[in-house]
Design a protein around this ligand. Structure first.
Ligand code: PLP
Length: 428
């Protein structure tokens, strides 16, 4: 497959854009380097690069594109917003409609506020939790990504719990000291951390189904235990549903799993492909937010009519009967094909799947936390990634990212992908 134009554009990009990419996860650094593919156009479950090559898209732009590229209903909503006004700096009725839609789908969102990204949404839930509790420390699970605000870039963790060591330069140690990191699916470690720091802890941040070191389900009783223990120590529970909301069913993972947090952060799918974030939760907590309360949060672009209209259209499309059943069916077909091909060619793999999202780890044991995921063979993943790419299947360039099936994938797309998977494993 010729990708000369991408290679050339990557050289040009590096002259003007730091690292040639506007988000580090888009670089191919984690899969042995090389030029990322420069896309020119998307159509349904496919996109086409600047050299004219076609790819089946399982990246879904890291999650938002649950309807693939150019969904007509979403496109029409954006076009309408483009002509009737993309920004007013005043409230609009659409914002009420969308907030109501979100609350109908995720009842714990008693009050909502729209922002512009998942990062902003999580960052603000932390501020509000601190305002509500009058405490500073936050706990999170190792390996979970919650955006790039200072505090949550701390992920270090050895032993049952550690005080934070930042994963990025530029984060003062004083800030990192307020983050405590615990292994996912380990209630004992959580309880130990609470015994030590519970009285100072404002909140625990939770991805109810992990989407940032593959796909990892909570073990039975884990989320219930987190709620019970956190509340016993007077800490709030914040669900980061930036990846999970509307991914597995029409609502949050919280509704699927039957566990209710105090606050929730949203993003990705709810913008229909345009920039968005939202946070919300219990009314008495949300009333700490300005203009009602002392916790300040604002945004020039927040609730802009284009993102809101795209988000409404995206959720409307998800309401069609059979949508999630088909995502699950296609996810299941791909997962089965991957497992069979791996076995046929003698590769040890672990596959974690929830509905149309799944992760393949080159690993001989199950993945229930970040340490397990880290043990997966990154070099083999890199070879697998490039073999798929050369056959026209695009995944995220990282062993930690999930495959996402979209509603635009057809049965023919799935069959084509399965044939490619079989060829790729034969060469791996
Ligand atoms: N939270 C989770 C679980 C995420 O996966 C991400 C992004 O990947 C974020 C928050 C940050 O969202 P954004 O990239 O929109 O700032």
């Amino acid at each position: 497959m010729n990708r000369d134009t991408s290679t050339h554009l990557y050289e040009q990009a590096q002259q003007v854009i730091v690292g040639g990419v506007n988000s580090p996860s888009r670089s191919f650094k984690a899969v042995g380097g090389g030029a990322p593919v420069f896309m020119a156009r998307g159509e349904g479950a496919h996109f086409y690069d600047v050299d004219g090559n076609r790819y089946l898209d399982y990246l879904a732009a890291y999650g938002p594109l649950i309807h693939g590229h150019g969904n007509p209903h979403i496109a029409q909503a954006i076009a309408q917003a483009a002509t009737s006004g993309v920004l007013f700096g005043t409230p609009t009725k659409l914002e009420i409609d969308f907030a109501t839609m979100l609350r109908d789908a995720i009842p714990s969102l008693e009050k909502v506020r729209f922002v512009n990204s998942g990062t902003e949404a999580v960052m603000t839930t932390i501020r509000v939790a601190r305002a509500y509790t009058g405490r500073n420390k936050i706990m999170k699970f190792a390996g979970c990504y919650h955006g790039h605000s200072d505090l949550v870039l701390v992920a270090a963790g050895s032993g049952p719990s550690t005080l934070g060591i930042p994963d990025s330069a530029g984060i003062p140690q004083a800030i990192a000291n307020d983050m405590i990191t615990i292994p996912f699916n380990d209630l004992g470690a959580f309880e130990t951390a609470l015994q030590k720091w519970g009285a100072e802890t404002a909140a625990i941040l939770v991805e109810p189904i992990v989407g940032n070191f593959g796909i990892v389900r909570p073990e039975p009783g884990f989320l219930e235990g987190v709620n019970e223990l956190a509340h016993r120590y007077g800490a709030l529970v914040i669900y980061d549903e930036v990846i999970t909301a509307f991914r597995f069913h029409y609502g949050g993972a919280q509704d699927l799993l039957g566990v209710t947090p105090d606050m929730t952060a949203l993003g990705k799918i709810i913008g229909g492909g345009l920039p968005i974030g939202a946070y919300g939760g219990r009314q008495d907590i949300m009333e700490k937010v300005a203009p009602l309360g002392p916790a300040y949060q604002a945004g020039t672009m927040a609730g802009n009519p284009a993102s809101i209209a795209a988000g409404i259209a995206c959720l409307q499309e998800l309401q069609h009967a059979g949508t999630y059943e088909r995502l699950d069916e296609y996810g299941g077909l791909l997962a089965e094909a991957l497992l069979q091909a791996a076995e046929r060619h003698g590769h040890q793999v672990t596959l974690n799947r929830v509905g149309g999202a799944f992760a393949l780890y080159f690993l001989d044991h199950e993945v229930r936390n970040y340490d397990d995921a880290q043990a997966a063979d990154g070099e083999k993943f890199a070879r697998f990634f490039h073999l798929l790419l050369d056959e026209g299947v695009l995944l995220a360039p990282s062993k930690y990212e999930a495959w996402f099936v979209s509603t635009a994938h057809t049965r023919a797309d799935i069959d084509e992908t399965i044939a490619i998977i079989n060829r790729v494993f034969a060469k791996l």
